[in-house]
Ligand binder design. Structure first.
Ligand code: ATP
Ligand code: MG
Length: 427
């Protein structure tokens, strides 16, 4: 019988790799917590209409990429393709606005899109994101962007580019859309098929086309920045000024639009040249229209999402995987010794030591070999003699130095052991 493999576009994150993930999550959690952002966890599936309304039916995500299914109660459900719509739904559902002030939220989790799998593009992937709900202040935009760059920098990633644009409010965009359509229509037959289709459905997305011929046509197209109202322009200037005050370099890219319909004003992307075709690590912007679109009160908001697979591809290029350290490896043989070994392991773990108990029951020689391979700092050995006398042999694996010690005495000298282990690990 052939074995079952992981589904196309999904990946296992094996223990050797998981350290990267834990590090990213720990650093992000730390930085976001210090900025008074709080974590939110929303369901993995939602009603399909949430994404149709919240992301927009004309987007690629909704029109081509969603995992939608009928459940046994004949409801149309969709595995979340992104995090913002669910967070906004939850904000409305639980009346979080009633708590007053601004809600600063962050999340991390799996997202699902039916796409052609390739490096940095999967069908199940992970995003870490923030949403700031209830603030129209441009400092919220700058703060959110600053937190994204802070996380990437703390992780040690350099050579990232921040592209910034403003897509104005809906009336600016309406005017621009008309100008863009008027410019592109005479070239309609020369555009790639997707762009022809978008000309009526979602013309701004044509700016995203990777097709070289479409790109050449776009070179002369009007730019959105010429269509901003004075208010929108002022807002954009302020965000740029704040970023510059923070020492964050950015590049104004008037071609930058976002695939999701709910964006307004600020949009941005953080890209890397070390990722090939899938260059965008983090993307986001302001979405003042979303909460009202979903039936809530008018709520200005800003947020971003990072693609963790792409982030980790970058980390793997600059840092080796961190091995999982072990402090004590315990080998034992004989019924009494084996049971004492388990008790001792639990006590050491409670004292904070990473303790691996050999469960093989094999001969001492084989257990010692495994102890050597385990990379533990020290080995604890219990045989019949040790079991009778409630002692244990403590062997420092690097030097081979070995002493017998009472089990209770070992547990009493935890501070000294800890220092010794730290010192040996640093060597
Ligand atoms: P792309 O242009 O690469 O398709 P997108 O505009 O669809 O990206 P967003 O919806 O803005 O992406 O999602 C934010 C981030 O999530 C992306 O910048 C990327 O890092 C990551 N991401 C999006 N789709 C995938 C995917 N299928 N696999 C892995 N990461 C993804
Ligand atoms: Mg996409």
């Amino acid at each position: 019988m052939s074995s079952i493999q992981a589904s196309r576009g999904t990946r296992d994150i094996l223990p050797d790799e998981v350290g990267y993930w834990q590090r990213v999550e720990a650093i992000a959690r730390d930085i976001l917590t210090r900025a008074a952002y709080r974590e939110i966890r929303t369901p993995i599936f939602e009603q399909t209409t949430l994404f149709e309304r919240g992301v927009g039916e004309a987007t690629d995500v909704v029109s081509k990429e969603m995992y939608t299914f009928q459940d046994r109660g004949d409801r149309s459900l969709t595995l979340r393709p992104e995090g913002t719509a669910g967070v906004a739904r939850s904000y409305i559902d639980h009346n979080l606005s009633a708590q007053g002030g601004v809600q600063r939220l962050w999340y991390v989790g799996a997202m699902f899109r039916y796409e052609r799998p390739q490096a940095g593009r999967q069908r199940q992937f992970h995003q870490l994101g923030v949403e700031v709900l209830g603030s129209a202040d441009f400092r919220a935009d700058a703060e959110a962007i600053a937190l994204a760059t802070e996380i990437l920098q703390t992780l040690g990633l350099k050579d990232l580019r921040l592209d910034l644009n403003s897509i104005g409010d809906s009336s600016d965009r309406q005017k621009y859309r008309e100008a863009l359509v008027a410019y592109l229509t005479p070239f309609k037959e020369e555009l790639d098929a997707d762009s022809q289709d978008r000309l009526t459905r979602n013309p701004l997305r044509i700016l995203d086309s990777k097709d070289p011929r479409t790109q050449t046509i776009l070179d002369q197209a009007p730019g959105i920045l010429d269509y901003l109202s004075p208010d929108s322009q002022r807002r954009f200037d302020r965000v740029q000024q704040l970023l510059s005050d923070l020492g964050i370099a950015c590049n104004v890219n008037s071609r930058l639009v976002r695939g999701l319909d709910y964006y307004t004003h600020t949009v941005f992307e953080i890209q890397s040249d070390d990722l090939g075709a899938q260059a965008t690590v983090c993307a986001g912007g302001r979405y003042d229209g979303l909460v009202a679109e979903l039936g809530g009160a008018e709520t200005p908001a800003v947020g971003w999402a990072m693609g963790l697979e792409r982030l980790i591809l970058l980390l793997q290029q600059i840092q080796p995987a961190t091995p999982s350290p072990v402090d004590f490896y315990i080998v034992s043989r004989g019924e009494k010794a084996e049971s004492q070994a388990l008790t001792l392991a639990q006590s050491l773990r409670r004292s904070g030591f990473i303790t691996e108990l050999d469960l093989s029951g094999s001969a001492f020689g084989k257990q010692f070999k495994r102890a050597d391979r385990s990379d533990a700092v020290a080995c604890l050995i219990l045989g019949d003699t040790e079991a009778e006398t409630k002692t244990v042999q403590l062997k420092w694996l690097r030097s081979g130095e070995q002493t017998a010690i009472e089990q209770t005495a070992l547990l009493e000298m935890v501070d000294k052991l800890r220092q010794q282990i730290f010192r040996l690990r640093d060597d």
